[in-house]
Design a protein around this ligand. Structure first.
Ligand code: KIV
Ligand code: ZN
Length: 518
């Protein structure tokens, strides 16, 4: 990567690494690739695809994302350990642009209790790890974990060592979300000013949101001279999350008068990326979330609506279109044909779908259009998310009949195929219709997985809205999320459960000893 001009801010996305560390936000390989491709389309400069030494799944994710993505730099995270660095270098081999990102804690608290290392030993570890990483790749980032709670002189000594050993990016994280903006901006400035040769590296900020200050701290860091911001879509991440990419980017764009910096992000892709990450992880975006919340551009009060009608600028500081939200959301109906459907898919960013997936999605669209008067973009997105990558699922949904209501017993009649073979319909009872549906799945395909999350949300307004259901299952410490969408909430629930179960089956195969050593 070339050195940024003074006003260019590098966007480093860590949704696939720090974001995935959110409890329950696990993603499979195919989902990580979909997210990585979206990040690349957005114009993200660096994609942190995983922590290769942490698991075989992370190793594979970094390697495969590196194979698919050609424009963005791919980063693999590692501790200051020889094995971690060598695993990261191995995983990154096929990537067009490779970055090794190595870190070690530098705060007194972390050195004493977590690392149980003396400061001199930490400095030596920085030298050794960065030098080793530089033997493998030219682009090396070094991070001072818990940097914001590190003594300034020691931090400068660590940064000087990392730069001398060949680090090209220096990251000073606010790992525990403790900093406040003025203080954090001043810290970045002070480290740059006090460290010899600091101009030989790009400074980076990485802020957590424990006090709700991650974005404010990141922007203060940029004002203090950082030219890389580490962030995630929807602010996903450890505990309260990381700085939200969409908020950083739109703040820089909207307040360019005060914050004269540029990013390479095509902001019109933001809404699509936000929805994709939310659907895949099952982490619903809160309605009042800045930029991507359902209410971010809604004007409810009479005074505001009146102002908006007179001039949008009265209450709108950025346009919905600038983040990829179309004002006219009514798009398709039951008379729309296959060509219009394909054109719509293209417009929504689903260009690479295979013919079989498009045909099945079209069949479901027609079915939906018969049942639902207006089919919105959101409906089509939900259908596609329910379709992509499921053609080869081991257990496939065929049909579902449910008896619900106050006069029990509630029961479900479920038909599926297993391994391509039709299975006779099963009848199952339950404590309510959802329970009956899930019991039917257990009857047709016995398993021990535990349900951790069952969540329903309406894709659009109206009583005929599709229900998008997320089901999270856990088995042997591994969690997976499944999604389903349909105008019938029970069908969505069934599809979501089957989706999660199919993912678990793939996970089981992958963790079988033969697969691990392959
Ligand atoms: O929060 C943090 O300090 C991190 C580092 C590993 C960069 O995620
Ligand atoms: Zn972090």
């Amino acid at each position: 990567m070339t050195h940024p001009s003074s006003d260019r801010v590098i966007i480093f996305d860590t949704t696939l690494r720090d974001g995935e560390q959110s409890p329950g936000a696990s993603m499979n390989l195919e989902e990580k690739i979909r997210i990585a491709q979206t990040l690349e389309e957005m114009g993200v400069d660096v994609i942190e695809a995983g922590f290769p030494a942490a698991s075989n799944g992370d190793f594979e994710a970094v390697r495969e994302v590196g194979r698919v993505v050609r424009n963005a730099t791919i980063a693999g995270l590692c501790r200051a350990h020889r094995n971690d660095i060598e695993r990261a270098a191995e995983a990154l081999k096929g990537a067009a642009r490779q970055r090794i990102h190595t870190f070690i804690s530098t705060s007194p608290l972390h050195m004493k209790y977590k690392l149980q290392m003396e400061p001199d030993a930490v400095v030596q570890a920085i030298w050794d790890s960065v030098s080793l990483a530089r033997n493998h790749v030219e682009d090396v980032e070094w991070s001072a974990e818990d940097g914001s709670r590190t003594e300034l002189d020691f931090l400068c000594r660590c940064v000087e060592t990392a730069i001398k050993a060949g680090a090209t990016t220096i990251n000073i994280p606010d790992t525990v979300g403790y900093a406040v903006p003025e203080e954090y901006g001043a810290l970045i400035r002070a480290v740059r000013e006090k460290t010899p040769n600091s101009d030989q590296a790009i400074f980076s900020v990485h802020c957590h949101n424990d006090l709700g200050l991650a974005v404010a701290n990141s922007l203060a860091g940029v004002a203090g001279g950082a030219r890389q911001v580490e962030c995630t879509i929807n602010g996903l991440g450890e505990r309260a999350g990381n700085a939200a990419l969409e908020e950083i980017v739109m703040a820089l764009r909207t307040r360019a008068d005060y914050l004269p910096y540029k990013t390479g992000i095509k902001t019109e892709t933001i809404t699509r990326a936000s929805r994709l990450v939310s659907t895949i992880t099952g982490f619903v975006v809160q309605p009042n979330k800045a930029i991507v919340g359902a209410n971010a551009f809604a004007h409810e009060s009479g005074i505001h609506q009146d102002g908006m009608l007179k001039h949008a600028g009265t209450y709108e500081i950025m346009t919905p279109e600038s983040v990829g939200l179309n004002r006219s959301t009514l798009v398709m109906g039951k008379h729309s044909g296959r060509a219009a459907f394909r054109a719509k898919l293209k417009e929504l960013g689903y260009e690479d779908m295979g013919d079989n997936a498009v045909n099945e999605a079209f069949r479901r669209f027609k079915d939906l259009a018969d049942r639902k008067k207006d089919v919105f973009d959101e409906d089509i997105i939900a259908l596609i998310d329910d379709e992509v990558g499921r053609q080869h699922d081991h257990i496939q949904f065929v049909s579902l009949q449910v008896v619900a209501g106050s006069r029990g017993p509630q029961h479900a009649v479920l038909e599926v195929t297993v391994g391509g073979e039709a299975v006779p319909p099963v009848v199952s009872f339950g404590n309510g219709p959802v329970d009956a549906v899930f019991n039917a799945i257990k009857q047709v395909f016995p398993h021990e997985a535990r349900l951790q999350l069952y969540q329903v949300h309406a894709v659009t307004a109206g009583t005929d809205a599709q229900a998008e259901v997320t089901v999270r299952l856990e088995e042997g410490g591994k969690t997976v999320n499944g999604q389903g969408a349909d105008a019938d909430t029970l069908v969505s629930s069934c599809r979501a459960y089957l989706h999660a179960l199919n993912k678990l089956l793939v996970k089981r195969q992958k963790t079988a000893p033969a697969a691990i050593s392959a």
